[in-house]
Write a protein that binds this ligand. Sequence first.
Ligand SMILES: Cc1cc2nc3c(=O)[nH]c(=O)nc-3n(C[C@H](O)[C@H](O)[C@H](O)COP(=O)(O)OP(=O)(O)OC[C@H]3O[C@@H](n4cnc5c(N)ncnc54)[C@H](O)[C@@H]3O)c2cc1C
Length: 495
Amino acid sequence: MAPGEHETAADVDVLLVGGGIMSATLASLLSTLEPGWRIEVHERLDAPALESSNAWNNAGTGHAALCELNYTPQRADGTVDVTKAVTINEQYELSRELWHHLAAAGRLPGGEDAVTTTPHLTFVRGAQDVEFLRRRWEALRAHRLFADLEFTTDPAVIARWAPLLMADRADDEPVAATRAAWGTDVDFGSLTRAMLADAVERGATLHTSSEVTRLKRLRDGRWRVTVADRRWNGRPPRTTTARFVFVGAGGGALHLLQRSRIKEIRGYAGFPISGQFLRTTAPHVVDQHRAKVYGKAAIGAPPMSVPHLDARVVDGRRALMFGPYAGWSMKFLKRGSWTDLLRSVRPANLVPMLAVGMRNLDLLTYLIREVTAGDTARLRTLRAYMPTADPRDWELVTAGQRVQVIKRGKGGGVLEFGTELVASADGSIAGLLGASPGASTAVATMLDLLDRCFPERADTWRPRLQQLMPSLGGGEWDAALERQLVDDGTLTGGH
Ligand SMILES: Cc1cc2nc3c(=O)[nH]c(=O)nc-3n(C[C@H](O)[C@H](O)[C@H](O)COP(=O)(O)OP(=O)(O)OC[C@H]3O[C@@H](n4cnc5c(N)ncnc54)[C@H](O)[C@@H]3O)c2cc1C
């Protein structure tokens, strides 16, 4: 074969693009359901979980709608809509069940401590927000999933739940908080690496420094995938054929799906938003805060920019994070290219992009304010949550890149803040766009993918999936097993 000529590798059943939590979850499920399938994962960087799924690139919140106000919007008549909160909670339950199952079966090498029980609090100030929080609590606790949610307007109780919130706070304004003691902090990076290691143990292959550059559908329905070797002494690009392709490339998914030329991706565009967090590992601060405290978003802020003061456990070490502070960059991945946004523009997505640009001036104003904010403004925001914050204890870290979904819709185009699974009609390729609630609901999203892309396998797979995730079959999660895992320090409560 002449140098540079593509060599044709053997076919694979499933090719997964990207080594983040989504591909890791799908690799874990498929290698369990179909041990005989040939599965390949390709990651462009030199290790998995270095983009959004890395622990320091996201907030590590196990999103179960226990504390995030954006999942419980207020209706025009003042009542609170809990529909989305219930859905997110049920979806997160599936993730917890799968992780518990894998940990209990010894299938999360190095990821056993990835989930830490961490109370989830919502904290608000001012009479209007206090009233909203009370209504939200009343609406939520009527549902069995949130029956144990606690509510207080007593500053002394809040100080017991999260001392840093109340220390040195002026006592002349109304405050309120809710607390769910059973919330979680998740090291998604560690989980990703562990799930991929388990899939490899079961026969999957993980290629790092391996970038998928082209996707072409063949006449027989398979995909020809071109892969570039990104090592300094890398081999020439190679092609491989796959029966099914999952584009779990995070911010890189839009480009690849566009290159696949499936008609389902037409009209989609992406709007990148970067972020920063303040972080401290100072023991005298970290030791005083064992909760995740979410507040209310600023006017114009996108829903995922709600400020929060978070206890984190990463690689077994405790830290606190506050943020996110939004930023703006044209890149679609943290280690992406400045041309990412421009390269995503197509005749088919121009109208949605322009429509969204013109109708979201609030968001634009918010971003300009955030991008131009200096250390003093950042400290002011932090002190609204932690009045005693000392800037010398905190460092600024850059978070992962989010690419919000823009698609055709009312008025020409709409901006979405959730995740969206785009699949071809024949189910031979699917990819995930968007970011939130993201990693927490990776399992529900991948189960949705299995339903849409492998409908003919649904009956065969169902019993095994129900074993892994009892609530899928309407069964109750085994509370006794959960308690035992907590007591053992296996997977939750180990810290
Ligand atoms: C600031 C921030 C805070 C967040 N907080 C939370 C939170 O608290 N809780 C939560 O549940 N979720 C949170 N999220 C969302 C969550 O992090 C993401 O939804 C999730 O990590 C996405 O996983 P992924 O596998 O799709 O993408 P990624 O983790 O980004 O993985 C994609 C991978 O694909 C690789 N790749 C890209 N292009 C190619 C290519 N062509 N070939 C090969 N490989 C490629 C990339 O290098 C990368 O490793 C947050 C996100 C951000 C940015």
